[in-house]
Design a protein around this ligand. Structure first.
Ligand SMILES: Cc1cn([C@H]2C[C@H](O)[C@@H](COP(=O)(O)OP(=O)(O)O[C@H]3O[C@H](C)C(=O)[C@H](O)[C@H]3O)O2)c(=O)[nH]c1=O
Length: 184
């Protein structure tokens, strides 16, 4: 398994060893012991999620406020997405910075996004299916959103005129969340 650092020290790209032969391919999509050894701490995933999106969809930016914060291990099993993590940990040296990775069914890459980051992705292929593990359960009361095109983040989503949920269309700016302190 190849592990690559990103611009955000705690956000990592995992590339599993893919065994290809005349039948197709095989790879271990998750190995708990290897994953914990790679990130250097115990991690317990409690929920698996799956979503399908059409080209041009952006889902995000989302996170759950503490104590329901979720770490996410994201992979794309059909098509291609640009997966983005934003450091929203107050006091972090990379606070407000983002990092993105192309995840696709072909590159088999996975993005590890620890607790304390907001997450979103844009759909680059005709459609895309992502699967992701989370380290805490869904808690609607703890759900928070940040506006996808918040100018203070200036994320390049690589899509024009994105398709958004009604919730995402009206998400607050990160500064608004900080000011009224309901985001953390
Ligand atoms: C996240 C979630 C949602 N739901 C229900 C709530 C809604 O009735 C429906 C669709 O939810 P939503 O529109 O929030 O789905 P996404 O826009 O894909 O949200 C996700 O997208 C970004 C990229 C994330 O990282 C989060 O996991 C999550 O916020 O599924 C559940 O029942 N359980 C869940 O864990």
């Amino acid at each position: 398994m190849l592990i690559t650092a990103t611009e955000l020290p705690d956000v990592l790209i995992f590339e599993p060893k893919v065994f290809k032969d005349e039948r197709g391919y095989f790879y271990e999509s998750f190995n708990h012991a290897k994953f914990e050894a790679a990130i250097g701490r115990p991690v317990k995933f409690v929920q698996d999620n799956q979503s399908k999106s059409q080209q041009g969809v952006i889902r995000g930016l989302h996170f759950q406020a503490a104590p329901s914060a979720q770490g996410k291990l994201v992979r794309c099993v059909a098509g291609e997405v640009f997966d983005v993590a934003v450091d929203i940990r107050p006091g972090s040296p990379t606070f407000g910075q983002w990092s993105g990775a192309l995840l696709s069914a072909d590159n088999c890459r996975q993005l590890w996004i620890p607790e304390g980051f907001a997450h979103g992705f844009s759909t680059l292929s005709k459609s895309a299916i992502i699967l992701y593990k989370t380290t805490d359960y869904y808690n609607p009361q703890a759900e928070r959103t940040i506006l996808w095109d918040d100018p203070s983040l200036a994320i390049d989503w690589r899509v024009e005129h994105p398709i958004l949920s009604e919730k995402d269309k009206v998400a607050p700016l990160m500064q608004e969340l900080l000011e009224n302190n309901n985001g953390y």
